[in-house]
Design a protein around this ligand. Structure first.
Ligand code: GLU
Length: 398
């Protein structure tokens, strides 16, 4: 009687959202918790974007259902962005606007995957890739990157993982949780493997596009032959501090965009009308606030990296994008402060939440249980305090 579907039983709760909820619960109990679990900019949405939303309300024109795929002028603006910034010739007909990049990925998977299909996932991966593949009744095939190679999976590893059942690979650069950015050469090598296999598609998650400290970014869809093979996912949450507005989008070959449109028409209809008008102002307006936020993240990355280095037994790469660290903390496993013994990543996160009041996410949810994820989308003051508390709490483990 009380049995949920196999689909639900096959997935875990989103660990990022679960840890954020835990942090909120501790805060409500009056505890001074520093929340570094959720990947959420601590900045406010830039003023001109908020003004556009207010204007849209006052105009009184945006109260009805928008077209499922998004307003035409917004889709045109997104296509123009892809042409200008990413060198991918999408037109409005290739664009579908959704309720966040997460829904964009879900739409694409539901539109393309059949039971038995395999999807290659580079590990460490964002928590929801694995779950969304399972919800689509396909099979995730995890390919592991190592910390020595900045957590990046190589083209040779991709080649080895491909079988007759492989339908897609999901690729993200800059990557959540590792902050790794694939170089042009690495992306070209992966694309050339993909092109050798007729039915293989790439879901390219470019949500962290703007938060890239290398100065070099490349959309895989812009490479020769890859337009037809790629679903390029993006959104406004990270680059424009618009997490709550829920605006994501894809650029994809028309047949795939049409499939996503069909799914979305049955699941949610269009994205919120006012949020779309705000996001239109974001994509067409002044990009200076985004650049300013990125400089701030760059500064914080430096601070956190140096403070992490001061904690014995913590091993980290130097992330080139996004706003996360994904340090290996496994040297603490098996240790105890006299009362609590740390068996794994989850125990360590709970220990740090209980003793240091710092909220982080266990790395197992991202495919590597030797690590924990720390989001540095928090103020410098909070970051310094959090790292100090973490160091003190970890020193007690022997
Ligand atoms: N993408 C962000 C994160 O990884 C937001 C939460 C989520 O949707 O997972 O923390």
């Amino acid at each position: 009687m009380n049995t949920l579907s196999n689909r639900i039983n096959a997935i875990e709760e989103s660990a990022t959202l679960a840890m954020a909820a835990k942090a909120r619960e501790y805060k409500n109990r009056g505890l001074d918790v520093i929340n570094l679990s959720l990947g959420e900019p601590d900045f406010k949405t830039p003023q001109h974007i908020c003004e556009a939303a207010k204007k849209a309300i006052d105009e009184g024109k945006y109260f009805a259902y928008p077209p499922v795929a998004g307003y035409q002028d917004f889709r045109e603006a997104l296509a123009a962005k892809y042409q200008k910034e990413n060198n991918v010739p999408y037109k409005a007909e290739n664009i579908i606007v959704s309720n966040g990049a997460k829904q964009s990925i879900a739409n694409a998977m539901l539109a393309l995957l059949n039971p038995g299909d395999e999807v290659i996932v580079f590990s460490p991966y964002w928590v929801s890739y694995d779950a969304l593949i399972r919800i689509s009744e396909a099979t995730p095939v995890i390919v592991k990157g190592s910390i020595e190679n900045d957590f990046k999976v190589t083209a040779a590893q991709v080649e080895q993982a491909i079988t007759k059942k492989t339908r897609a690979l999901i690729f993200s650069s800059p990557c959540n949780p590792t902050g790794s950015v694939f170089s042009r050469k690495e992306i070209e090598a992966i694309a050339s493997v993909v092109l050798k296999h007729e039915n293989l598609l790439v879901i390219a998650d470019e949500i962290y596009e703007h938060i890239n400290f290398t100065g070099d970014s490349l959309s895989i869809a812009s490479l020769p032959g890859m337009f037809e093979r790629t679903i390029t996912v993006n959104g406004f949450a990270k680059g424009f501090a618009m997490t709550g507005w829920r605006v994501g989008y894809i650029g994809a070959p028309k047949w795939i965009a049409d499939g996503c449109n069909k799914i979305q028409g049955q699941l949610t209809s269009a994205n919120c009308s006012i949020a779309q008008r705000a996001a239109l102002a974001a994509v067409t307006g002044d990009q200076a606030p985004t650049r300013k936020m990125v400089e701030e993240y760059r500064n914080r990355r430096e601070i956190v990296y140096n403070l992490l280095k001061e904690i014995p037994g913590v091993k980290s790469n130097f992330p080139q994008g996004a706003f996360y660290f994904f340090p290996d903390v496994s040297s603490y496993f098996g240790k105890s402060d006299g009362t609590v013994t740390i068996a794994n990543d989850f125990d360590l996160c709970m220990y740090l939440l209980d003793k240091a009041h710092v909220s982080l996410v266990p790395g197992g949810a991202f495919g590597d249980d030797r690590c924990i994820r720390l989001s540095y989308a928090a103020s410098e003051k909070e970051l310094r305090e959090a790292l100090k508390r973490m160091k003190e709490a970890l020193q007690k483990l022997r």
